[in-house]
Design a protein around this ligand. Structure first.
Ligand SMILES: *[C@@H]1O[C@H](CO)[C@@H](O)[C@H](O)[C@H]1NC(C)=O
Ligand SMILES: *[C@@H]1O[C@H](CO)[C@@H](O)[C@H](O)[C@H]1NC(C)=O
Length: 542
């Protein structure tokens, strides 16, 4: 028997795909968030019947996600996060419609048959792993769902009132109440599981371990993580053995940071930075980029690891960016921040289509009316992912090199992470002859830099200075030393996939060969200028 054991182990390694990915492995990923019901329809379904306001089922499934993965992978994403997969409430329609979103837990031990069969979920996960993409599943353990404050507990995993806190409505802002009371209202209420009960802790830990073993998911997005004591999470995520990123809603950096670490979660969604992004880039708004510097500084002091936080502009609970801020450059500049700063970028489906629904339920639009076209937002995301994936493949230390704010004023902010300098403006699209920003980079004078969005090439001025003017409008500018783009497939460079090797991470595919743009380099002395995508960019040589 003995000689066969190593062989078996070897076969197991070859056949088991990405399984139980760690925070380290997720750091280099880029996530596309999906509400399964709203992403894609099966062939032959009527595309005109989905009414977001009516809060009803629209027909997306795990199979239709699998059938449309090219759309996600072509945008450069290397992971997806899907809405909860477990069985939801099945009673009559409620005051808030149907549980199409998946967050109304009835039996966490079963799959939600509205989204497909077990083999469909398995096929989706296998196909993602075949593409070297990760899957993160949304997990709801804080609560179950009921239509009465005195529900029949027998159908839940925890089948007795003793496993729940007594009913009381949550008083938001009061941490004890948030942890012990019930969310929702009396028509749709969310009975709060007592996650300090040792039997609950043990059963949830066993559930998490078995779930990951059965499905081979790579990560958990934890719903309402803030409503559970931080020290519960290691007892849940430990047995699961996967990266856990929690929802800790709100601007409070101290509170969010208290949920990251060995006594809590691997990571949280970066809500405090979302607040700063609104202040910086939304129009109308304070258009004050100092908020980014301020929150970044506070986060650096308080979080254990900024490089695994989830950076986002939209999700199923927030108004679409374009509902509050219609200027396209407001979205583009903010989006560039989420990809080029410390942390994991997350794009909520429909953001790449410029959707503009206000908050729940209007921010859960079906994606199909977009016809999955690859317009300006989609193409910008492609470029941002292409650069980030290239950096992950070739220079993985880029991920942990802390982002620095080089300069900030009333028009713009300049940040540098590794050898990438991003110049992001708050002014929006209209030209502003007075708007300008200077920054001192770490590059030597005369270093040739390529803006990966326009593919224009520029040169660093004396003392490492750059200057950007916005007399042609406000676009994001992302500068990389031109020689470092060799092998990236960007801006006329060939794509060299052989440089991968070192990191398990970045996606390599034909679709990444991407943009081939114009190159230009102007020599000579004095002031060097050129045109970005409508922006006037000049490097002052002093
Ligand atoms: C911009 O925000 C910073 C930090 O949040 C604040 O100190 C400053 O006063 C704000 N500037 C304006 C013009 O509102
Ligand atoms: C914001 O959302 C509401 C509801 O979806 C919609 O009526 C309104 O037109 C949206 N605003 C914009 C600017 O798209």
């Amino acid at each position: 028997m003995m000689p066969f054991l190593p062989l078996l182990a070897c076969i197991f390694q070859l056949t088991s795909t990405a399984f139980g990915a760690t925070a380290e492995q997720w750091r280099g990923r880029s996530i596309y968030q999906i509400l399964t019901d709203r992403f894609a329809l099966p062939a032959g379904a009527d595309p005109t019947t989905c009414d977001t306001g009516a809060q009803t089922w629209c027909g997306g499934t795990w199979n239709t996600i699998r059938e449309n993965l090219d759309y996600i992978q072509d945008a450069g994403f290397t992971a997806i996060w899907i809405s909860p997969v477990n069985q939801n409430y099945q009673g009559p329609r409620t005051a808030y419609g149907d549980p199409y979103h998946g967050y109304w837990m009835a039996d966490i031990t079963k799959l939600n048959d509205r989204f497909g069969k077990a083999e469909d979920l398995k096929a989706l996960i296998d196909e993602l792993h075949r593409r070297d993409m990760y899957i993160m599943v949304d997990i709801v353990v804080n609560n179950v769902m009921a239509t009465s404050t005195e529900p029949d507990y027998s159908s839940y995993l925890f089948n007795d009132a003793a496993f729940y806190h007594n009913y009381c409505p949550v008083k938001y802002g009061n941490p004890d109440s948030e942890r012990n009371c019930w969310m929702g209202d009396t028509r749709v209420t969310l009975p709060d599981v007592d996650t300090s009960n040792p039997s609950v802790i043990r059963a949830y830990g066993e559930w998490a371990k078995a779930f990951v073993e059965q499905w081979g998911v790579d990560g958990f997005r934890i719903d309402a993580a803030k409503h559970v004591e931080p020290d519960f999470w290691p007892k849940f995520c430990g047995p699961a053995g996967v990266f856990c990123i929690g929802e800790v809603y709100g601007d409070d950096v101290d509170l969010a940071a208290s949920f990251q670490g060995p006594k809590a979660l691997d990571s949280v969604l970066n809500y405090p930075m979302y607040g700063a992004l609104q202040k910086a880039f939304m129009i109308p708004g304070s258009q004050n980029a100092s908020a980014l510097e301020e929150v970044l500084g506070e986060e650096r002091r308080k979080f254990k690891d900024l490089t695994v936080l989830g950076n986002f502009l939209e999700n199923q609970d927030l108004p679409r960016w374009h509902n509050s801020s219609v200027d396209p450059q407001s979205l583009y500049n903010a989006m560039a921040w989420t990809f080029m700063t410390d942390g994991i970028p997350i794009v909520y489906y429909g953001q790449e289509q410029g959707f503009s629904g206000i908050a729940d339920p209007h921010n859960r639009e079906p994606l199909w009316p977009s016809k999955y076209e690859k317009g300006a937002s989609y193409r910008l995301i492609q470029q941002l992912n292409q650069l980030r994936n290239f950096l992950v493949r070739t220079t993985p230390e880029w991920l942990v090199d802390p982002v620095k704010v080089l300069s900030v004023n009333e028009f713009a902010i300049v940040i540098q992470k590794g050898y990438v300098v991003s110049v992001l403006t708050t002014i929006g699209s209209p030209p502003n002859g007075k708007a300008t920003i200077n920054a001192k980079t770490s590059f030597k004078p005369s270093t040739a830099m390529t803006d990966i969005i326009t593919c224009h090439q520029w040169v660093i001025g004396a003392s490492g200075l750059i200057q950007v003017e916005y007399s042609k409008g406000g676009v994001p500018i992302i500068l990389v030393p031109s020689p470092d783009l060799a092998g990236s497939g960007m801006c006329g460079e060939s794509l060299n996939v052989q440089r991968g090797g070192r990191v398990k991470g970045g996606l390599v595919s034909e679709s990444e060969s991407g943009v081939r743009g114009m190159r230009e380099k102007r020599g000579g002395r004095g002031r060097w200028m050129g045109w970005g995508l409508g922006a006037f960019v000049g490097w002052a040589l002093m």
